[in-house]
Design a protein around this ligand. Structure first.
Ligand code: UD1
Ligand code: CA
Length: 404
């Protein structure tokens, strides 16, 4: 297998997003866009990921502080995508292998497409291979220029196209695989002679062709994965596409989603077989739901929630950072936060954990088979023994039930 690294471009200032946050940290279904691009690189196998950062670099590095396969490369001034790749020169100039170059603002990338790209590149022994997409509305993307035989000649940015070229529907989603040495040789020759006066990575391709090396383009990218997120409108569009993918996977895993359009499930959530998710359910963050549960309608599950099998959560029930044992039922209007709830506990309508006293958050523990009557308030820190029976409307503190 060829040696392979990835360069991910994530330094750009995003004026179109109108944001103070680094663009690549904006979230799509609960995860920063950049996380999806890193994952796609890992799926196809790379030795290292060189992430080029600039605008908001510290925020970006902090967010991925746990990843040890990333080399952060600083681009102080954002002079264009070719300049961004050149910033990796000191690390990669002598690397004899394949270099995948991707943009951090393309979260919809799929590893399946990258595998097709790699397969084509290696079979064709090309100096560069890119994967293209055909879009009904190609506005804003670089257009693929081919000769009359269909051979690729280069890529032209929207702002440099003639009206005729603007009509080309085959675009550049920015998925490239290069022979590393050829890439760094031609990058030195890229000039900022375009409408935006930037150093364009797309120019590297025509330069490679001009030096007599082979460049191939394959139309392997689905329209829905071609999108680069440059605006808030595209961010919400990308989230919608990602949400559909997440739900499709869950449906295949045997989860029923009654109304997919009115359900939102985080990319990090796991849901077991034969669980039914009713409409207007919002699952956010790291949430794990077992088998045979019934969630919603109008349920809100937040980070750190673990539901064992056969749990029933009904209307306007919110759970945060809590583990609910098998068979727990909280059918109406409850809040369970920072709690460990044993098996078969009945949480009556409107009962809540009071987990925050204005200064600190405390935990509640409820043993197996407890009955919590409607409207009860469990004041944390609290430990209820298994089998406890709490009357409706009770205000329960550790003092009121005696010390542990
Ligand atoms: C780029 C491509 C375009 C393609 C589109 C796909 C170029 C010149 N154009 O355009 O052909 O259709 O992506 O989405 O490459 N970046 C840096 N440093 C810089 C400039 C950009 O790291 O100096 C990063 C950005 O953070 C971003 C990526 O490179 O993640 C692409 O830059 P962006 O400005 O979004 O390029 P597009 O105009 O979308
Ligand atoms: Ca972009």
């Amino acid at each position: 297998m060829a040696k392979r690294v990835a360069i991910v471009l994530a330094a750009g200032v995003s004026s179109r997003m109108n944001t103070r946050l680094a663009k690549v940290l904006h979230e799509v279904c609960g995860r920063p866009m950049l996380a999806y691009v890193f994952d796609a690189c890992r799926e196809v196998g790379v030795d290292k990921i060189y992430a080029v950062v600039g605008y908001g670099a510290e925020q970006v590095k902090d967010r991925f502080a746990d990843s040890n396969d990333i080399v952060w490369v600083q681009q102080d001034e954002q002079k264009g995508t070719a300049h961004a790749v050149l910033c990796c020169r000191k690390h990669l100039k002598d690397f004899d292998g394949e270099t995948l170059v991707l943009c951090g603002d393309g979260p919809l990338i799929r590893d399946k497409t990258l595998k097709t790209l790699i397969g084509k590149h290696e079979a064709g022994q090309s100096a560069a291979t890119l994967a293209t997409a055909v879009l009904d509305d190609p506005a804003g993307y670089g257009r693929i220029i081919r000769d009359t035989y269909g051979n690729i000649q280069g890529i032209l940015e929207d702002s440099d196209c003639t009206d005729e070229q603007l009509a080309i529907k085959e675009v550049n989603p920015s998925y490239y695989l290069f022979n590393n040495k050829v890439l760094f040789e031609v990058l030195e020759k890229v000039k900022p002679d375009n409408a935006k006066k930037e150093y364009y990575l797309t120019d590297a391709l025509s330069l490679i062709i001009a030096t007599g090396h082979k460049v191939e383009a394959i139309t392997a990218v689905l329209p829905e994965e071609a999108m680069g997120v440059n605006s808030r409108a595209q961010l919400s569009e990308a989230s919608k596409i990602m949400q559909r993918r997440i739900q499709r996977q869950l449906l295949e895993n045997g989860v029923t989603i009654v109304d997919p359009d009115n359900t939102w499930i985080d990319a990090r959530a796991q849901i077991g077989q034969d669980t039914v998710v009713e409409p207007f359910t919002y699952i956010h963050g790291e949430v794990r739901i077992g088998r045979g549960c019934r969630i919603g309608p109008f349920a809100y599950l937040r980070s750190g929630t673990v539901l064992e099998d056969d749990v029933v959560l009904g209307v306007f029930t919110e759970v945060k950072n809590s583990v609910l044992g098998q068979g727990v039922r909280a059918r109406h209007h409850s809040y369970i936060g920072d709690a460990a709830v044993g098996e078969n506990v009945n949480v009556g309508a409107g009962s809540i954990t009071a987990n925050f006293d204005g200064e600190k958050v405390s935990r509640t523990s409820v043993g197996d088979n407890c009955y919590i009557g409607s409207g009860a308030i469990l004041i944390a820190p609290l430990e209820l023994k298994g089998g406890s029976h709490i009357k409706p409307g009770a205000v329960v503190s550790q003092d009121s039930i005696g010390k542990k």
